[in-house]
Design a protein around this ligand. Structure first.
Ligand code: F1P
Length: 353
């Protein structure tokens, strides 16, 4: 049956809070098992994936290091597979642990990265995915599977945020600072409200033809999320779309700023003042500024999304994604494209060699 262009993507974005709820409920049911898995802390925790799930690996590594104090790093699966000496320490007597993230659980690079990791280190590993019967999940000693986050659309939306929520939930079971499980369990209801509240603004921005270049800025764990929002805009709408660490944008890339540039800032509590200064400077250079934060009242922005979550920074950062996924969706539809089937892309990259 023919579906209207973008129908799957729209449903998967606007209903993602339901996948968040189901994923957290399934996690809670195995809480004791996960606490046992966390009992021994590894010398290092590696996170890996491809494309969206590489960006998820970056965000998850930052969240985990902040929460656990362990040394954590996110790397592309192709780097771990093809250049293991650049990723794996040679002289470690205690092996690192690996978190392999893949929506499909069938991406060749990710499967080969796991093979390389286990062959070289013998370390324990965990799969994070959406398909319980996938090769990655079936091979894994332990797996976090995002319930109800499977997708028809090629571009990852609810799958990404649900898998991110699960990696945060696992981190929340360790000691240290960061989001608690109870705080994360409040997110689905907040996201449902936020999607409804922000859709009108998002449509207005997406349909403003003066805006032709999109720059996503985020620091700390928000950098991986800024990269994911950049990729959505690129995959779905074929627009000029870039992502930078917030303050890095001054060191050269800002040369592109002009009146047709939309600078989208994912603000953090720790660096909010410095990040706000960057937004102010870009506005002076002629950019239109769109800020996403708990409160946008005092920010130098033309447009803002306010989470008003009542949650700490560590728990609320995921709330930036649904509005930015919708921005990519509506820009894609405004250009007459089909976000369900992005140009040149397939849902899974399988390599022969
Ligand atoms: C990884 C990936 C996606 C990308 C596209 C192709 O898939 O690169 O990030 O958006 O769908 O595959 P997976 O390993 O997470 O299934």
């Amino acid at each position: 049956m023919n579906h209207p262009p973008g129908q799957f993507t729209y449903q998967e974005i606007t209903g993602q809070w339901q996948a968040w709820e189901a994923s957290l409920q399934a996690f809670e049911a195995r809480r004791a098992e996960w606490q046992a898995w966390l009992r021994s802390s590894p010398p290092e925790m590696l996170f890996t994936g491809c494309g969206s799930t590489h960006y998820l690996a970056l965000a998850s590594a930052a969240v985990w290091q902040q929460r656990t104090g362990w040394r954590c790093r996110g790397v592309p699966a192709s780097e771990l597979w093809l250049f293991p000496d650049n990723v794996l320490a040679g002289n470690s007597d205690r092996p690192p642990r690996l978190v392999a993230i893949s929506r499909s659980g069938e991406t060749t690079e990710t499967l080969r990265a796991v093979e390389t990791f286990t062959r070289r280190t013998g370390g324990d590993w965990l799969a994070v995915g959406c398909y319980a019967e996938s090769a990655l999940v079936r091979r894994a000693p332990q797996a976090l599977v995002a319930q109800q986050a499977e997708e028809e659309s090629v571009a990852q939306t609810r799958s990404f945020t649900s898998m991110f929520l699960l990696t945060q939930a696992l981190a929340a079971l360790t000691a240290g600072e960061g989001a608690s499980l109870e705080q994360l369990q409040r997110l689905p209801g907040i996201a449902r409200r936020l999607i409804g509240e922000t859709e009108g603004l998002i449509i207005k921005l997406a349909e403003d033809d003066r805006l032709q270049r999109f720059v996503f800025l985020g620091s700390g764990a928000n950098y991986g999320l800024a990269c994911e929002a950049m990729l959505k805009m690129k995959e779905m709408s074929l627009s000029s779309s870039e992502a930078f660490h917030f303050l890095e944008f001054r060191h050269g890339p800002k040369s592109v700023v002009a009146p047709g540039t939309l600078v989208i800032g994912l603000l953090s509590q720790a660096a909010r003042q410095q990040e706000s200064q960057v937004l102010d400077e870009m506005r002076q250079l002629g950019a239109t500024v769109f800020a996403l934060d708990e409160s946008a009242a005092d920010l130098p922005a033309d447009f803002g999304v306010e989470y008003r979550s009542g949650l700490p920074d560590a728990a609320r950062r995921i709330l930036a994604l649904p509005p930015l996924q919708l921005l990519a969706y509506y820009r894609s539809r405004h250009k007459g494209l089909n976000p369900d089937r992005p140009t040149h892309l397939e849902a899974v990259v399988r390599l022969s060699a």
